[in-house]
Ligand binder design. Structure first.
Ligand code: ZN
Length: 192
């Protein structure tokens, strides 16, 4: 991993190390909150450029991202490519295009997200593109914390790869060492 990139995550508080209780109730020693990085347009421009260099997509017509996490980074990627950017929103548990957003038949779509944990949202956006008869050019994320489980039959790139271990409270080694925990999800991040 590019140390420079991890430094940006650490500096901005987008990557925390410690003892965390995730919104799922599981415990972890690492926590990602990309919104902390994405609040800085300069850093966002920088990481978007690096992700684009890795993806190197051909002839993109538009960027499609899942709301909310993917919107800012998707928009910046689209800005650098000079194409439009749309997002899908979760309604009745499915990601859907709303606000009259459209993917025209044959449009070449780049799928962008902030974090993949299982790859579920990215796969849903890919399915949405295909349902609309668009073409999936590739998929990119800032952070892949799936430990290699997120896998797509398209060019896929991530800037940061971390295999984040989660534990139940009973099996958490940090709890066994009586290390105080933080509950970042309870402050409204909700990404885990
Ligand atoms: Zn714990």
């Amino acid at each position: 991993m590019d140390n420079n990139i991890l430094d940006i995550f650490l500096e901005t508080g987008a990557y925390l190390e410690g003892h965390f209780v995730l919104t799922s109730g599981l415990h972890s020693s690492k926590y990602f909150q990309c919104a902390q990085l994405l609040q800085y347009p300069g850093h966002t421009e920088n990481v978007a450029q690096k992700l684009l260099e890795k993806l190197n997509p051909e002839d993109v017509d538009l960027v499609v991202s899942p709301a909310l996490g993917g919107i800012v980074i998707g928009y910046e990627i689209a800005r650098q490519l000079g194409v439009r950017s749309i997002f899908a929103e979760r309604k009745d548990s499915n990601l859907k295009l709303r606000r009259n957003f459209k993917i025209e038949k044959g449009e070449r779509c780049l799928v962008i997200e902030d974090v993949v944990t299982t790859g579920g949202s990215t796969q849903e956006v890919i399915d949405l593109v295909l349902e609309n008869e668009g073409i999936v050019v590739g998929a990119g994320v800032l952070v892949d914390r799936s430990g290699g489980r997120a896998d797509f039959p398209y060019p896929f790139a991530s800037l940061v790869q971390v295999d984040v271990k989660n534990w139940t409270p009973e099996e958490c080694p940090l709890c066994k060492d009586n290390i105080p925990f933080d509950k970042p999800g309870s402050r409204g991040s909700g990404k885990n």
